[in-house]
Design a protein around this ligand. Structure first.
Ligand SMILES: Nc1ncnc2c1ncn2[C@@H]1O[C@H](COP(=O)(O)OP(=O)(O)OP(=O)(O)O)[C@@H](O)[C@H]1O
Length: 303
């Protein structure tokens, strides 16, 4: 089988537990991400999502296991992997525009100043930042605007892999909704590969091609890969009308509310440690002469 663009193989992370022992946060995490795919990871606090993200970014080393991108092992940070954190991480002394041109100029040393600026302005405009506002410093922008600059900066650098660590976590619901749609727009125009952490189930369904589900830590693992069988383009108001929406949502809620605990600490069933693929599709006619479809038990559990 061909290797995916991004391949995470048997990643294990241990830390000292503070009492002289060892804490195994996750064990043998194994999954792939295809080129151009948008994948979200969901799991309870402490299962190791940010640790996985830091390893993918090259900011941390796993205890064991490897990450390969385009066939090469990832080690150390690189312009090929862009990261957007929750807390914006903009350079406070530079304007919004300069925060974006900074990376673009570093990546395209042969471009003229005008070329760099046009490129940066194009990405800022895609997230709704046009005109004089791009000359403001981060302290003169709202939280939502700052996060828009972070997203524009990340996409403008055109990394092979974009890592988003709860990029909307600090935003109010309305701003969050608008920026989610802007993110979809930029992503669909660039076809970049995105790996994102979120705690928001509806956000994950809206944005993802696939959602990875982690069991609770310690000894967490990536247990399921849930396909989002809802066609694009998607928008927040119409997506809930799709026949698959609540079936997928209930499956995710049930996993996070119940199965993530039940499966905690259990080793993966197969030798390859890959997550089980879950495909829920009520919009397809049932194929004839096939096994009866396994319908996941639906159970309402509060978030
Ligand atoms: N440098 C470190 N040293 C020791 N323990 C650490 C270190 N970094 C993370 N941990 C521990 O590893 C576990 C996983 O942390 P991580 O931040 O990756 O979880 P998470 O799933 O992203 O959580 P959240 O959803 O709350 O952000 C936690 O128990 C945390 O205390």
């Amino acid at each position: 089988m061909a290797k995916p663009f991004l391949s995470i193989e048997r990643l294990t992370q241990q830390f000292p537990d503070g009492a002289g022992g060892t804490l195994t946060v996750f064990e043998n995490a194994t999954f792939g991400v295809e080129k151009g795919e948008f994948v979200c990871i969901l799991g309870h606090s402490g299962c190791g999502k940010s640790t996985i993200m830091n390893i993918l970014a090259g900011l941390a080393e796993p205890t064991s296991g490897v990450v390969k991108m385009d066939g090469f092992e990832v080690s150390g940070p690189s312009l090929d992997r862009g990261v957007v954190f929750q807390n914006y991480s903009l350079l406070p002394w530079l304007s919004a525009l300069k925060n974006v041109t900074f990376g673009v100029a570093a990546r395209h040393k042969d471009w003229s100043k005008t070329q760099v600026e046009e490129h940066a302005r194009k990405y800022l405009a895609q997230v709704g930042l046009e005109g004089d506002v791009v000359n403001r410093k981060p302290s003169q922008l709202s939280g939502g605007m700052r996060q828009r600059v972070s997203i524009a900066r990340a996409f403008a650098n055109q990394p092979k892999l974009l890592l988003l660590d709860e990029p909307f976590g600090a935003l109010d619901a309305l701003t969050r909704g608008t920026i989610q749609e802007e993110l979809i727009k930029v992503w669909s125009q660039t076809e970049q590969t995105v790996f994102m952490i979120t705690h928001d189930i509806d956000e994950a369904i809206l944005l993802s091609d696939r959602i990875l589900l982690m069991t609770n830590g310690p000894m967490a693992r990536v247990a399921e890969s849930v396909e989002i069988t809802i066609p694009r383009p998607r928008n927040r108001t119409e997506i809930v009308e799709h026949p698959n929406y609540y079936a997928i949502r209930n499956h995710l809620v049930q996993f996070l509310g119940q199965r993530s605990k039940e499966l905690a600490g259990q080793p993966s069933s197969g030798d390859d440690h890959r997550p089980e693929t879950v495909r829920i599709d009520n919009s397809e006619p049932a194929p004839e002469e096939s096994e009866p479809a396994v319908v996941p038990t639906l159970r309402a559990v509060g978030d």
